[in-house]
Design a protein around this ligand. Structure first.
Ligand SMILES: C[S@@+](CC[C@H](N)C(=O)[O-])C[C@H]1O[C@@H](n2cnc3c(N)ncnc32)[C@H](O)[C@@H]1O
Length: 213
């Protein structure tokens, strides 16, 4: 799976990347009540411009991404000095208040996540095959403390092969099943179906409950 993502980035097959900030972030983040200054974890971050929006809104960002190519593009398309350092298996690139950790999200550890107080998932859960999604939900819960909150932008598809992907169809029932053990889960909205693909986005607010189950 990892090599498929690296191939995509090398070959520029990144149709998931949006050239502007996601409207769901702009619409819903301010209502989550995450305090300014809170560091936001962005798993499977790509080179999302949403990270710049969060940084502009006083949130230090910690993005995690497999593809070095994505990280290089992010900093090249941004402004400001870049510093680089190593933390265990992760190569880190920092520009302004955005730090991008290159490596596997599942290798990111609780002791590296000390300052994280919120998270933002757009197209991370839906990038993962069914068997990995459970692991993702649990790993995310392990990384953040009770009370931490985040926004999830997922995808559903009315028809078609539900097992095909990425992007994968993740039903509302599955979102609830995956996250309810460790999060308070609130459905915020469903987007309009995308022409052609039949996918529609669904937006969720998640608040980490404790203790971990
Ligand atoms: C569908 S893209 C979404 C990127 C970004 N969230 C956005 O909204 O543009 C999924 C990204 O996750 C990365 N990725 C896939 N598996 C990963 C893993 N296990 N750890 C870190 N990054 C991963 C891929 O390289 C890809 O850039």
């Amino acid at each position: 799976m990892a090599h498929e993502w690296l191939d995509r980035w090398r070959e520029g097959r990144i149709g998931f990347h949006r050239p502007e900030t996601h409207p769901a972030l702009v619409r819903h983040w301010p209502l989550l009540g995450v305090r300014p200054g809170t560091k936001v974890l962005v798993p499977l971050c790509g080179k999302s411009l949403d990270m710049r929006w969060l940084a502009r809104h006083d949130h230090p960002v910690l993005g995690i991404e497999l593809a070095q190519e994505a990280i290089e593009q992010f900093v090249a398309e941004g402004a400001g000095d870049v510093s680089r350092y190593q933390q265990g298996p992760f190569s880190i690139c920092r520009q302004g208040s955005v730090e991008l950790w290159c490596g596997d999200f599942f290798h990111f550890h609780i002791d590296q996540a000390a300052e994280i107080g919120a998270f933002y998932d757009r197209a991370a859960l839906i990038a993962l095959p069914p068997a990995t999604r459970q692991r993702y939900a649990f790993h995310l819960a392990q990384l953040i403390l009770p009370g931490c909150r985040g926004l999830l932008v997922s995808l559903t598809r009315a028809s078609g092969d539900e097992a095909a992907g990425p992007p994968y169809h993740v039903s509302a029932e599955e979102v609830r099943e995956l996250f309810t053990p460790n999060f308070q889960v609130t459905h915020l909205e469903d987007g309009a179906p995308e022409a052609g693909s039949g996918f529609r986005e669904s937006v969720w607010a998640l608040v980490r409950r404790g203790p971990l189950t």
